[in-house]
Design a protein around this ligand. Structure first.
Ligand code: GLA
Length: 430
């Protein structure tokens, strides 16, 4: 009796401490051995486009996808570089078809996924889809657990160009290996995609501890992007503010073909999970910081509902050029001082042509003056990238910024290569 009691206590304890759920059928045996996958050659600059998530949550529709595909064209956003339309979570029907394949929810995608993809492609755009390596997605829909190869084939057959592979609910079937082999769960899908003939970008969205710091492992297992914000931005400034400090630790974790994704642009309101909205100042700051981080620029809500002023801001080619810079670096926080109740910061991103993009950021809730010391750049030319106007030569730039505001300037050194080397040394890059 005592022995049976012991066993029950153990079982209950195990259930309490083991965070895994879902399918208990072992999938550890299907994971590949750890192998460093070379870059797949895709996504030489960060993705730009629109997703269904913050507008529609887990009930995306074909009709909305088509309005966004057409909207990118009619707003001029496609011409500005925004060319991906991504269907996020919630698109699958409740069960697979007779052949074991995922199918789109027939009510919300009456023409099916293949026709939806064709529509997006006909607009000259790329198509993205969402799945999870676990049996349920983050919102509880069918995931790709133990169907990885079939789903990779299915997505390719439909014509997908991008897969957001997002894992919240680790299956009990990974209980014997998750703590040691979490990255191989993503390696498996990357390999299954590569085994097919359609090139497809893959992004890791999330997975719980001990693998939540995705930047530490996502590149060698073949991912083109990783989400780093750790908490969906959701229209909440505090969530974006938290991402700023995470980004400060990501130097070296961004490269051509491998991008740090800071979640979507808060360009409007939605009926999805969006619980807040950004002010115009916050929208500009998010756009500027995302560009300094070489983050994908993906609209979270309806691209056809933006004011002409907001559209013009997001189409600003000089800011987009910072985001899309060919070096692919993530900006470094080069100065941080106390101001108001928070900090004022300078972020520095080296660009491929020897120029630098500097962000002057006020994280406080009151107006602050932020200063960037430019003495290392040898009396540089300074240009305001939001205003698209030259500010002249200066060795120091000070600007008054509203609460949560930022300035984004292009700094062109006058000292040539030798001076650039000095600056790079100062930044700890060389
Ligand atoms: C997570 C992701 C979001 C979205 C949802 C879908 O929360 O971070 O971007 O994809 O899952 O359920």
């Amino acid at each position: 009796m005592k022995r049976i009691l012991h066993i029950w206590v153990l079982v209950l304890l195990a259930a309490a401490v083991w965070p895994l759920s879902g399918d208990a059928t072992d999938n550890c045996g299907n994971l590949p051995s750890p192998t460093v996958l070379a870059w797949n050659g895709l996504l030489p600059t960060p993705r730009m486009g629109v997703s269904t998530w913050y507008a529609q949550g887990s009930a995306p529709t074909e009709a909305y996808v088509k309005t966004q595909a057409d909207g990118l064209v009619s707003t001029g956003l496609l011409a500005a570089g925004y060319n991906f339309v991504v269907v996020d979570d919630g698109w699958p029907a409740a069960s697979r078809d007779g052949g074991g394949n995922l199918v789109a929810n027939a009510t919300r995608f009456p023409d099916g996924m293949a026709a939806t993809v064709t529509y997006v492609h006909a607009d000259g755009e790329k198509f993205g889809i969402y799945s999870s390596p676990y049996s349920t997605t983050c919102a509880g829909y069918l995931g790709s657990y133990q169907h990885e190869s079939a789903d990779a084939t299915q997505f390719a057959t439909w014509g997908a160009d991008f897969l957001d592979y997002d894992g919240c609910n680790v299956d009990a079937g990974y209980s014997s290996c998750y703590s040691t082999a979490g990255p191989q769960i993503w390696q498996l899908m990357a390999q299954d995609i590569r085994a097919g003939s359609r090139p497809m970008i893959i992004q890791v969205g999330t997975t719980p501890s001990p693998w939540a710091n995705l930047w530490l492992w996502a590149k060698p297992v073949g991912q083109n992007e990783y989400r780093f914000d750790q908490q969906d931005i959701n229209g909440l400034w505090a969530n974006f503010d938290g991402a700023i400090d995470i980004a400060a630790g990501l130097s070296g974790y961004s490269a051509v073909g491998y991008w740090a994704n800071a979640d979507m642009l808060m360009n409007g309101t939605g009926s999805g999970p969006l619980t807040g909205t950004f002010t115009a100042t916050q929208q500009q700051t998010q756009f500027g910081m995302d560009s300094l981080w070489s983050s994908p620029l993906i609209f979270g809500t309806d691209v056809t509902a933006m004011s002409s002023g907001l559209l013009a801001m997001y189409k600003n080619p000089e800011v987009i050029a910072v985001d899309q810079d060919a070096l692919g670096l993530i900006a470094k926080r080069t100065s941080q001082t106390s101001c108001g109740s928070a900090t004022c910061e300078v972020w520095t991103k080296m660009l491929w042509d020897g120029n630098y993009a500097l962000g002057l950021l006020n994280r406080a809730s009151t107006t602050q003056t932020v200063t960037a010391n430019l003495s290392a750049y040898s009396n540089p030319d300074v240009r305001d990238l939001f205003a698209r106007s030259d500010l002249g030569h200066m060795t120091s730039y000070s600007v008054s910024l509203p609460a949560y505001g930022m300035a984004l300037v292009l700094v062109t050194p006058n000292g040539g290569t030798a001076m650039q080397n000095v600056v790079m040394q100062n930044m700890g890059i060389r």
